[in-house]
Design a binder for this molecule. Sequence first.
Ligand code: F6P
Length: 307
Amino acid sequence: MGFRDGWRGVLDGDCAPLDVSDVRGILPRGGTILGSSRTNPYNSEDGEHRVVQTVEQLGLDALIAIGGEDTLGVATRLSAAGLPIIGVPKTIDNDLNGTDYTFGFDTAVTIATEAIDRLHTTAESHHRVLIVEVMGRYSGWIALHSGMAGGANVILIPEKPFSIEEVCGFIERRFASQYAPIVVVAEGALPIEGTMPTRPHEVDAFGHERLVGIGTFLEEEIARRTGKEARATVLGHVQRGGTPTAFDRVLATRFGLHAVDALHDGHSGQMVALHGTAIELVPLTEATAVLKLVSPELLAEAEVFFG
Ligand code: F6P
């Protein structure tokens, strides 16, 4: 059975059988044929009860929850309440703890890299600073990987508040070498407090801010400080669309196989995870306890190429 629109479908018992003929042909498709929502069952008093009731009424043996920290955070709580459940890590953000990669990430990085490749043309022809704002929420994985792959002048991520003065220094150095700069900024990146203007964000059902806009703030600030023309491109949902990469298709397929095997083997409260090339199980509690962030060591590798 497949539930429509994530936890919304489980709460409402909105589902349909998913047999082989229903999923045939979905490998090259992005997104989800089931739909998605930002519904949090724990936002209503009887949410947990309604989920358990749906599972019982349909006579299901267990749930397989596919998603990021929000979806799997709910799965963790339902598992603690006694519901048999296995998690599958799916988010472009790559920020789930306990797995080397989540599926969706490689596709988002590939799209962002292609966009950066294309932006080099205008940066160089027009002698402009081009700023590319990518997603990733509170982690800088997409920015780090696409920025390194696309030869960014500087990469700004939430894990390290940036100095706008230093960023402008890198930009001027790049112009001095007759090469136009590309700044890759993660949507969650922030300047060192009080050093440049930003604005607060709206909050969703999981209490997360709707992050967007840092690229535009940088555009204004960089132009003002360097006197160069600066333009921001916000990639937004383009990063979540289209055909998934081969890597993501293989990873998603392997995660699916292992999730079903885990349930057959009597496991619950676990998430399938990629460790090197092996798929293993990690407790959902561990996977959702903290976000997996870019380490200072990894960022330092990228910093060698700044400026
Ligand atoms: O978690 C995935 C993600 O794409 C984040 O990178 C981004 O901040 C958020 O979702 C955007 O959510 P929405 O599509 O609801 O605006």
